[in-house]
Design a protein around this ligand. Sequence first.
Ligand code: PLP
Length: 385
Amino acid sequence: MTDPLDDFARDKLKAIAAATLTRRLKPTERQAGGGVRRGPARLLSFCDNDYLGLSQHPALKRAAMDATERFGAGAGASRLVTGDNPLYQAVETRLARIKGTDAALVFGSGYLANIGIIPTLVGADDLIVADELAHACLHAGARLARAELLLFRHNDAEDCARILGRARRDHHHCLILTEGVFSMDGDRAPVAALAAAARAHESWLLVDDAHALGVINQGRGSGFSGGERLPVELQMGTLSKAVGAYGGYLAASRPVIELMVNRARSLIYTTALPPGTLAAAEKGLELIENDPGLTALPLARARAFTRALNLPEALSAIVPLIVGDEARALDAADRLAQRGFLVTAMRPPTVPKGTSRLRFTFSAVHREQDVAALAQAVRDLGLGA
Ligand SMILES: *Cc1c(COP(=O)(O)O)cnc(C)c1O
């Protein structure tokens, strides 16, 4: 007996396997200090986004447990019904202060934030101009908005301005989308130049700072330069990476935040975050706000790695090593695992075709000798410069 749906799925999977692009879930237990247990193996992780090790921090675990005891395991309803636990306000006040904005709003995740924010601000008569390497959830938000979408060359503010010069006048509103730190390349957007282009062409700028909060500019993210806030109207990001918990956010002016509360479908029609998660996020943000020494560590470790391998200097906690071929990237990751290092091979469609890579991420929990040992293992594979 064959089932048409199963046949459909099997055919699709066959094509994925033929391109060496099969993805598999691997149960992994994460532990304090960057260690992970995967089956019988004990590995040191260089492939998570827990840049400050806060997901394992005793103060965050304690905060989550206390809030769970006090308020329960789940939120019970959406924020607009009865799910708006007072912890939300504490997190949002802190986020607004860190980001230098009047207000902030917490969403269920970074993905949910982007698919809610973008369609709230632009629609069918409008234009979106996005970096060609922008994250999948920015694209998802752009699709839901049904605005015309044009892509500019990666990190090229002049190309962005050129596109705006050509296309802006045919549309009502215009939103520019970029990541602050690019998740697969670790490089940084020219935020000041993009903000200038936005201003010159009456457009709004959204910077997705998923990989910058807690890591760049004393942890405040990429909307700053030398302590000064850049004119970025929409600073969004996640509480799931350096903050060590879960959730997404937008930091913006008060009217924009109030509009989101009234219109963002991914805020309105979804259950609020569990109280324990909010309490952990609040504690993570407190540590980020008060410990600039901690927030400097991921970049310092990444730079030690790029120096050891003669790679271009790291600009963030993320360092890509482009291998090209999918099978070669998987093989390199396997061989690093044999040496005790967990590093994920990134393949299309997460990265462009022909640019499969190892993506290393560095964290405050890594010791200098861990980074040196990883660099040696990479050199032994014949990778690096
Ligand atoms: C991880 C990530 C997101 C999604 O955030 P989640 O909270 O994990 O949903 C959004 N944008 C970028 C650039 C990311 O890397």
